[in-house]
Ligand binder design. Structure first.
Ligand code: MN
Length: 239
């Protein structure tokens, strides 16, 4: 193939077999798309001014190259983005698909999950609020460069499937977000089933499953540390 210029590199995330283990250089997860679920914990829906009654789930996306890899045991650096003065953290459990499909039945959805990761859905909340008010898209609020800090992929074959357990985030050691995966309004199998009616899912797709209550702003110098039971934690400094 004769390219007009060098194609962008593939977006990959290391696969780590167990929490606290080392990444094996040969095993990387190639990322295709990043889908995100909006308002998937009732208390967060309420704090954003919405009725958390079981409205149908809604989805948005970030480009795959917004991933900022946060290696276990290392504090990654998240550059404070331009044109905002209100950048929020949203700690999320991420499902990583190893098998694609459309119209996936909910009872078979977990067969499509390769593994799980810890992710931060960083958000320019001021731009999002303006977009909501004006009925405009969320891309600049959600899909900016390095807006998706992400830990390694842990295979479900090693860590199991995750449907309960604490999800939490601290800023500078102070508790900010705390919830439980069992509080997801739309479970991971339900989310995959519904998402697969909108898009044909493919291996390499990531699904950020939503954030619990307690979202808030960070400023330069803050260190965010977040985790999910069974997946350890990730740490990201705002620079
Ligand atoms: Mn989110």
């Amino acid at each position: 193939m004769d390219y007009a210029f060098a194609p962008a590199p593939a977006i990959t995330v290391p696969i780590v077999e167990r929490v606290g283990g080392a990444a094996t250089a040969s095993q990387h997860f190639p990322v295709r798309r990043i889908y995100l679920v909006g308002r998937n914990y009732a208390a967060h829906a309420r704090e954003m001014g919405h009725d958390p009654d079981r409205e149908p789930p809604f989805f948005f996306a970030k480009p795959a190259d917004t991933i900022l890899y946060a290696a276990p045991g290392v504090t990654a650096e998240f550059p404070y983005p331009t044109l905002t003065s209100n950048v929020h953290f949203e700690m999320e459990l991420v499902a990583a698909l190893g098998k694609g499909g459309k119209d996936i039945p909910v009872e078979r959805a977990l067969e499509h999950v390769y593994g799980y990761a810890l992710g931060l859905d960083m958000t320019r909340r001021d731009l999002q609020a303006e977009a909501k008010k004006l009925g405009r898209p969320w891309d600049a609020a959600k899909g900016f460069d390095q807006s998706a800090p992400l830990g390694p992929i842990y295979p479900a074959s090693e860590v199991g499937h995750i449907d309960r357990g604490a999800i939490w985030l601290k800023v500078n050691g102070v508790d900010k977000q705390r919830g439980d995966i069992s509080q997801l309004i739309w479970s991971i199998p339900e989310t995959i089933a519904i998402l697969s009616t909108l898009f044909e899912l493919q291996p390499g797709d990531l699904i950020f499953t939503g954030t619990p209550e307690g979202v808030g702003a960070v400023t330069k110098g803050d260190v965010m540390t977040g985790g999910v039971d069974g997946l350890g934690d990730i740490s990201v400094r705002v620079v």
